[in-house]
Design a protein around this ligand. Structure first.
Ligand code: ZN
Length: 160
C-alpha cells in the first residue's frame, strides 16, 4: 500500500491509499479518482507522503518542514487510522510513526486551536513556525479555500 497526497484543480488536498504507484497511475489516467471534497476527477499528486522501502538514504525533510503546519485528524479519523494501522505493512507504519515523531519534535502543538493558529500565522498575526494540532474536515476545507498551506498526516497511534 502506498499513500499519496492528491490535489484537485480547485486546490482541495486529500490523502488516498493505493495498492502501488501503477494502480494510482492507471486510476488517474481513467479519471477514476474523485476529490474527497468536491468529487472532481481532475486530481493530481501533490507532495508525496513518507517514502517507504529504500533503506539507508534518509528521506528528510519531514512533511512538517515542507508544509508550515500539520493537522492531525479528528478522533473518528484516528479510530479509522488505528484500524488501518493494524493492517498496514510494518515498514509503512514505522515510516508514519517517524513522521509523527518529527512533527512532535519540530512543531508546536496547538491542539484544537489549530485552524485559528494556522490562520494567524498565515496572516502574519503570529510568528511563522511549524504547528500541529487537530482540526475538523470543515475547518480544513475552509483553510484550504483561504489558501493556507497545511498538511494532513495519517496520525497513527504509537505502540501496538
Ligand atoms: Zn476538490
Amino acid at each position: 500500500m502506498i499513500l499519496y497526497r492528491l490535489r484537485c484543480t480547485k486546490g482541495h488536498e486529500f490523502d488516498s491509499w493505493f495498492k502501488d504507484s501503477k494502480t494510482y497511475e492507471r486510476q488517474e489516467k481513467k479519471s477514476l479518482i474523485g476529490c474527497a471534497v468536491c468529487g472532481s476527477s481532475k486530481v493530481a499528486r501533490a507532495v508525496m507522503a513518507p517514502r517507504i522501502g529504500k533503506k539507508g538514504k534518509e528521506q528528510a525533510p519531514p512533511a512538517a518542514v515542507e508544509a508550515p503546519a500539520a493537522a492531525a485528524p479528528s478522533p473518528d479519523q484516528q479510530q479509522q487510522m488505528a484500524t488501518l494501522a493494524k493492517h498496514m505493512p510494518k515498514e509503512l507504519r514505522e515510516a508514519l510513526l517517524k513522521v509523527r515523531a518529527e512533527v512532535e519534535k519540530n512543531c508546536e502543538h496547538v491542539g484544537p486551536a489549530f485552524a485559528e493558529e494556522a490562520r494567524k500565522i498565515h496572516y502574519g498575526e503570529s510568528d511563522k513556525r511549524g504547528i500541529y494540532g487537530e482540526t475538523s474536515d470543515e475547518e480544513a476545507e475552509a483553510l484550504a479555500e483561504e489558501g493556507i498551506e497545511f498538511g494532513r498526516l495519517p496520525w497513527i497511534p504509537r505502540g501496538n
